[in-house]
Design a protein around this ligand. Structure first.
Ligand SMILES: *Cc1c(COP(=O)(O)O)cnc(C)c1O
Length: 433
């Protein structure tokens, strides 16, 4: 399998190079040159497969011969070594809980897979690889945890000082070893701009092998298909018809992975792109006009993206046909007010606590099912509510129990380096450590 650049102005590369580079030299996103088909027989008998067998089957064509089958089996097995339960919330809606990984958000899957692949490839490289990543909260923790102790890779995380939740901050500042946290006296946009400048800086790139760990990297994006298959394994035990799947979306990596799974053969009735007021894509689905916007802060902050970088992959998957895309996906715009009401109502009626991102997806799905009677569906619950305690506790009027796995974090000491929100400060730090 090779990958081409969506800007169509760079050479095709294999999975190894796409992972190390992150983005093509022409600044395009890499895209697989064909979409492998999952055998109909596997889909039909999906209940007979273990998670590990399925994961290997699905990832193998994408990785090609860049990783041996034995090593890939080990990598996928480590990537998915926690549960992905599909929980019934109300008669026609289930929740696929993607928050049982080490940092309590779905980004663990992509980060764990990418870190192990990069670790594997770095043994064939002379230079240490430096992963540079800006985070508004969840990415940093997942990447820190995934890469901790991986030989030949060092990770530098930039996060906006005072703008991530306490659990999120501890997850990215307490790892030590090969993980460094830079606390930037600025916003997430500043962090992202500093990282972008770093990738463009010739001098820095002469000294360091830099790569990015956000969802533009194929090694982070592609494994997100896996839990759609795990969801279907569980769904099909109770249902005959395929599900409607509602995905809380920001950068559109997650929903794009689901669409990829669907194009490869996974039965899905319909997709819902559930967004907060940062709704460039729902707007496009409604009108046919795509306009990127400036990001607006909301309580579902991991989706505060004005210009979703993976949407171009969704377009490519459907040959840029507005008609096909708008038949397959419905977009929703959900305000903070409705998000809060949804958290309260679902907690009250079903004793199920949603986080703000899951609540956006829930509202959208419930509305869609109301107008499409007879259908059933699932939301992807992308984070544990404890990651957003201020919002959630205020709505339900009591404190959330902290999961056992998170408690030890509060014993650890935060270690970060405070820097100014300028590229020159970042560069100085990277070169003079
Ligand atoms: C990152 C994130 C999202 C958005 O996922 P995309 O792949 O960027 O669309 C949704 N919910 C949570 C909790 C996240 O951390």
């Amino acid at each position: 399998m090779n990958y081409y650049s969506l800007n169509k102005n760079a050479a095709n590369v294999d999975f190894r190079e796409a992972t190390i580079k992150g983005q093509a030299p022409d600044k395009g996103l890499y895209f697989p040159e064909y979409i492998p088909t999952v055998a109909a027989d596997i889909i039909k008998n999906i209940g007979k497969y273990s998670k590990e067998e399925l994961a290997l089957e699905i990832m193998l064509p994408y990785v090609g011969n860049t990783i041996t089958k034995t090593d890939l089996q080990k990598i996928v097995t480590e990537t998915i070594n926690f549960p992905f339960p599909l929980v019934q919330v109300q008669e026609n809606i289930c929740s696929l809980e993607l928050f049982h990984g080490p940092t309590l958000a779905f980004k663990d899957v992509g980060a764990r897979f990418m870190s192990r692949c990069l670790g594997y490839f770095s043994t064939q490289q002379q230079n240490k690889v430096t992963v540079l990543v800006a985070t508004s909260g969840d990415t940093g923790g997942a990447v820190a945890n995934g890469f901790l102790g991986v030989d030949g890779v060092e990770v530098v995380i930039l996060y906006p000082s005072g703008k991530v939740s306490p659990v999120q901050e501890l997850q990215l500042t307490t790892c030590g070893q090969n993980i460094k946290a830079l606390e930037v006296k600025g916003s997430f946009d500043d962090c992202q701009a500093m990282v972008k400048d770093a990738f463009m800086d010739a001098d820095l790139n002469d000294h360091l092998t830099l790569t990015s760990a956000n969802s533009i990297n194929v090694a982070r994006w592609l494994p997100q298909q896996l839990y759609y298959f795990f969801a279907y394994q569980q769904w099909i035990k109770e249902n005959e018809a395929a599900p409607v799947i509602s995905v809380p979306s920001g950068n559109f990596g997650n929903i794009c992975a689901g669409l990829l799974a669907h194009v490869s053969g996974l039965p899905v009735d319909h997709f819902i792109a559930a967004c907060n007021v940062n709704d460039a894509v729902p707007e496009y689905l409604r009108t046919g006009n795509y306009l990127s916007k400036k990001a607006v802060p909301t309580i579902s902050n991991a989706m505060d993206v004005g210009s979703p970088s993976n949407f171009i992959r969704v377009m490519e998957l459907f040959q840029n046909s507005y008609q096909t895309i708008s038949e397959k996906i419905t977009g929703y715009t959900v305000s903070d007010e409705i998000t809060k009401q949804t958290i309260a109502a679902v907690y009250q009626h079903h004793n199920y606590l949603l986080d703000p991102h899951g609540a956006v997806a829930f509202y959208a799905l419930a509305d869609y099912l109301n107008t499409h009677p007879g259908k059933k569906g699932m939301i992807l619950e992308t984070a544990h509510p404890v990651k957003f305690p201020d919002t959630v506790e205020e709505i339900i009027g009591k404190s959330i129990e902290i999961p056992e796995s998170v408690k030890p974090l509060f014993q650890l000491e935060k270690k970060s380096v405070l820097i100014e929100p300028t590229f020159s400060d970042l560069k100085n730090w990277l070169l003079n450590r």
